[in-house]
Design a protein around this ligand. Structure first.
Ligand code: ADP
Ligand code: MG
Length: 696
């Protein structure tokens, strides 16, 4: 791309496009809608729609779609052309305000978790003017929310927008007490995206990758990631070409793709955007994943977004960098220069600490999936225990506030909130605690548990709502206080005392942490079925209802969908394994055994006393493994049938986790052992070496 600033956002109907194409009063009305959530009347919507269509047609678009995010976690679109017929048989290109504002996708097959009876299965989509429309593949995409006719959210955007509204109101209440002149508060997110790139020819020969996104078999390669020679290494030219094209396409769509590098595992990479408001960051992350998949194909590669495509090699996550800022340009998680600013910072910091401690279960649930279960708690990702890292300096400051002790041994300063200036503590740039699931990094928090393939909406819905809830409880206490500074100091002190158990600055990968966390009473919810019951606890339903983010029916629907999804994924994986074993792996093992056996007979015919050690030992081993594999695949079929027959969704998911998953692991172990002694000429699938090192 020759002139980046000129091309940036050229496929987006952004502020610049609106300014140049809308009449002044329409533009002003649009601005009010975007900034303040004012409803747009239908006349104005008609003008906007018409200008949007002209703009899109000039850029080659022929269709439009309401682009939405159903509860599957990916995006959905149904295209309609702009064509409208006239009585003389000709056509004109038309797009009305009504079509812009509201759509009725025939979307009865999306999961609704029982929210929508089939007779009213359609649901409708409603324009989200806070996220700009854009053109993708010749289609004008209009970001929309997806709801049932009863008004229940059937998607991930609606609750995200509700949670943003919730934290906006709560934060403004608190800011008012500090005399702030801010009129809007938004949370900001930068989602770092990890992914694998592998050769398409290799991928095409692996049914497990095609059907499940991960390898279900594969012996360890002679070389893995132990040399750390891939991390930040020189980028191979084929990957570089992919990255160049990806950046260009993302920039055209207004996505602020910024940093890219090789990750720890071979064939693993990362892309980080510049942060934006949460709603847009969520839309942009979806677009980023879609573009990665599409553009990889053009370069003869496949982009794997699965959390754990390869056993024994690092998995992929999505680091959710999160902060809160005002429309006056203040990052509320940035320590300031005056006692007043510092006090405000400490209060917002405490709100996050309280939020994470009070809602460990929901944060864990937000990142729970069959695929992420393989990654959390493995030795490259945070454990399934939610805790926070705030760095030693900040911990020492909180400690001194809590205990009324001197912060600095030399100067013997007592920390009085609202009176003293916080000592300067270094921004955490070198001393990264990479083992912490939720780390303070100087002016934002980095939540590292989300999986690479998941939408970040779920995570941010919980974060926004939990912090908003904490801020509201703070405002309740402070609003009537006679001595604001005194009350503030006491509140911060009390919050630290009550919630400091969630703060852990040590090594989260260390086994001793699991014990320590248990002693502290922190939750350790290892798998999806373990954490799901918490979703529908009385406490959590009340929490979502009180903050108007989910109704009880909406929470229960999500609980059902989550479990159903877990069971479906494991079911497909088990069937894929069975298919690969029965149709390819067992026949290959049998065939190679036969080759060796024949070879023994032939050899002995020539040299009667030859012991044929290699052939005989391998035949024995392979023959015994063949029996094992056959027995294990039958066991898997049995446990799968049994689990599938269960009707209660939690019991079913638990049976999948405890029996099916265990059988799958045992079967894999036996198959991988066989792979190591079978001639590569007979092994039916590309190996880990082929998959991880074939992009050159
Ligand atoms: P690090 O080196 O800690 O990873 P970066 O500056 O590279 O820090 O940021 C990582 C991600 O965090 C980027 O996507 C960046 O845009 C995002 N980020 C930075 N500041 C904020 C903020 N205030 N709110 C949300 N995300 C942020
Ligand atoms: Mg980072």
């Amino acid at each position: 791309m020759s002139v980046i600033p000129e091309k940036f956002g050229c496929m987006v109907f952004n502020d610049k496009a609106m300014k140049s194409r809308l009449p002044k009063e329409t533009y002003d009305a649009m601005k009010k809608t975007i900034d303040e959530g004012k409803r747009l009347d239908i006349e104005t919507a008609n003008v906007v729609a018409s200008a949007m269509k002209d703009w899109a047609v000039e850029l080659g678009a022929t269709h439009f779609t309401h682009w939405f995010q159903p509860m599957t976690g990916i995006t959905a679109e149904k295209h309609d052309s702009f064509i409208s017929s006239r009585s003389d048989g000709s056509v004109i290109m038309e797009f009305s305000g009504k079509e812009l504002v509201r759509g009725e996708p025939d979307a009865s097959s999306f999961p609704s978790g029982g929210l929508r009876a089939t007779f009213e299965a359609r649901g409708y989509t409603a324009w989200d003017p806070t996220s700009y429309a854009f053109i993708k593949d010749g289609v004008l995409c209009i970001p929309t929310a997806f709801c049932s006719y009863g008004g229940e959210a059937l998607d991930k955007k609606t609750p995200l927008l509700r949670s943003m509204e919730c934290i906006n109101t709560a934060a403004l209440r608190v800011l008012k007490l500090f005399g702030s002149d801010a009129t809007a508060v938004k949370t900001t997110v930068g989602a770092e995206q990890e992914y694998f790139l592998i050769d398409k020819d290799m991928y095409d020969r692996r049914r497990d990758l095609i059907l499940t996104g991960r390898t279900l078999f594969g012996a360890k390669p002679p070389k893995g990631q132990e040399l750390d020679d891939h991390y930040f290494g020189a980028i191979k030219s084929r990957v570089r070409d992919f990255m160049t094209e990806l950046n260009e396409e993302l920039w055209k769509l207004g996505v602020l793709a910024k940093t890219e590098h090789n990750e720890v595992a071979p064939a693993q990479h990362e892309l980080a955007p510049i942060y934006s408001t949460t709603n847009i960051a969520t839309d942009h992350n979806q677009l980023t994943m879609e573009m990665m998949r599409k553009i990889a194909k053009k370069h003869g590669m496949v982009c794997l977004l699965h959390e754990k495509p390869f056993d024994g090699v690092n998995g992929s996550g999505k680091h959710n960098n999160w902060s809160i800022s005002t429309n006056t340009g203040i990052n509320l998680l940035e320590p300031g220069d005056t006692p007043q600013e510092n006090a405000q910072f400490l209060l917002f910091l405490c709100a996050v600490i309280k939020a994470v401690d009070d809602h460990q279960d929901l944060l864990r649930i937000a990142v729970a999936s069959a695929s992420n279960d393989h990654r959390l708690g493995a030795n490259e990702a945070p454990p399934a225990i939610v805790s926070m890292f705030i760095g030693d300096e900040l911990a020492a400051i909180l400690d001194s506030i809590e205990n009324d002790t001197a912060y600095d041994a030399k100067e013997k300063t007592l920390m009085k909130v609202g009176v003293h200036i916080l000592p300067k503590f270094p921004k955490d740039t070198t001393d990264r605690n990479r083992t912490s699931p939720f780390a303070f990094t100087g002016n934002k928090f980095e939540f590292r548990m989300p999986g690479s393939s998941a939408s970040i909406a779920g995570t941010n819905i919980v974060l926004n709502t939990a912090v908003a809830d904490a801020l509201n409880s703070f405002a309740d206490e402070l609003e009537g206080a006679d001595d604001f500074t005194g009350a503030l100091h006491d509140l911060i002190k009390k919050t630290i005392k009550e919630h400091k158990r969630i703060i852990f600055n040590g090594n989260g990968y260390d086994e001793s942490w699991t014990k320590e966390a248990e002693r502290r009473g922190l939750l350790n919810l290892r798998t999806t079925p373990d954490c799901m019951p918490y979703y529908i606890s009385k406490k959590n339903i009340e929490f979502f209802e009180k903050n108007k983010v989910y109704s009880e029916a909406e929470v229960r629907a999500r609980y059902e969908i989550h479990l159903e999804n877990y069971v479906n994924i494991l079911g497909i994986e088990a069937l894929t394994m069975i298919d690969m074993v029965k149709r390819d792996i067992l026949p290959a093992m049998s065939k190679y055994t036969d080759v060796l056996t024949k070879s023994i007979v032939h050899k002995k015919a020539v040299i009667a006393d030859d012991a044929c050690e290699y052939e005989v030992n391998t035949v024995k081993k392979l023959s015994s493994l063949t029996s094992d594999v056959y027995r294990l695949v039958c066991e898997l079929e049995g446990s799968l049938a049994e689990a599938k027959n269960m009707s209660d969704s939690l019991k079913k998911a638990t049976a999948f986790k405890e029996n099916v998953l265990q059988n799958m692991a045992d079967l894999r172990a036996a198959v991988d052992e066989a792979e190591e002694i079978t001639s590569s000429e007979y092994w039916p699938f590309p190996t880990y070496t082929d998959l991880l090192f074939s992009v050159r």
